[in-house]
Design a protein around this ligand. Structure first.
Ligand SMILES: C[S@@+](CC[C@H](N)C(=O)[O-])C[C@H]1O[C@@H](n2cnc3c(N)ncnc32)[C@H](O)[C@@H]1O
Length: 163
């Protein structure tokens, strides 16, 4: 998707761009390289681990970006109005999140059912499935997972109480 992102954003020297889902910073590095020597990048991610890894990966572009451990829905709070020529949102989970069993996103490795993108949040997926009702889970699976059989999955997790 890198070629499509660069074609859409057309990063240029002097331009200013925002990456709301920084992840492994592959797109961010390409935007900074394409806008050298003075293009600017605002970037955020909900995952603090991703932010710290990205800071190292982007070291060669130091002085040309600002990173925030934040949801992209907070962009308007910290990116000055009129200072952004294009925004990238590459939604989903990142490879490091899937690869680290302890994050709880992996289908292939055993790990705790955590699934928090932002470890500052208190609620883990394990706590949610063990406290939510079948109705609440069905709504979550339907609305956020596009699961057509949401109700059946939910009652498998939370069996109806016997009278
Ligand atoms: C597919 S990865 C992005 C990969 C990135 N474009 C790259 O070049 O490596 C998606 C990232 O979005 C982050 N994310 C998901 N929802 C978010 C949100 N609402 N606000 C900020 N970051 C979010 C995840 O933590 C993950 O790191």
């Amino acid at each position: 998707m890198l070629a499509e992102v660069l074609a859409a954003l057309e990063p240029k020297p002097g331009g200013s761009y925002a990456d709301g889902t920084l992840g492994g910073a592959g797109h961010a590095a390409a935007i900074l390289a394409a806008s050298s020597p003075d293009g600017w990048l605002f970037a955020s991610d909900r995952d603090g681990v991703a932010i710290e890894a990205a800071r190292e990966r982007l070291a060669e572009f130091a002085g040309r970006f600002e990173l925030r451990h934040a949801n992209y829905d907070q962009f308007a709070e910290w990116i000055p109005a009129g200072r952004c020529d294009g925004v990238l949102l590459d939604l989903g989970v990142s490879s490091p999140q899937l690869d680290r069993a302890e994050r709880g996103f992996s289908f292939q490795q055993d790990g705790p059912l955590d699934m928090r993108m932002d470890a500052r949040q208190a609620l883990t997926a394990a706590e949610l499935v063990n406290s939510a009702s079948a109705d609440e889970l069905a709504k979550i699976f339907r609305d956020y997972g596009d699961e057509p059989d949401a109700r059946r999955v939910a009652v498998t997790v939370v069996p109806p109480r016997l009278p």
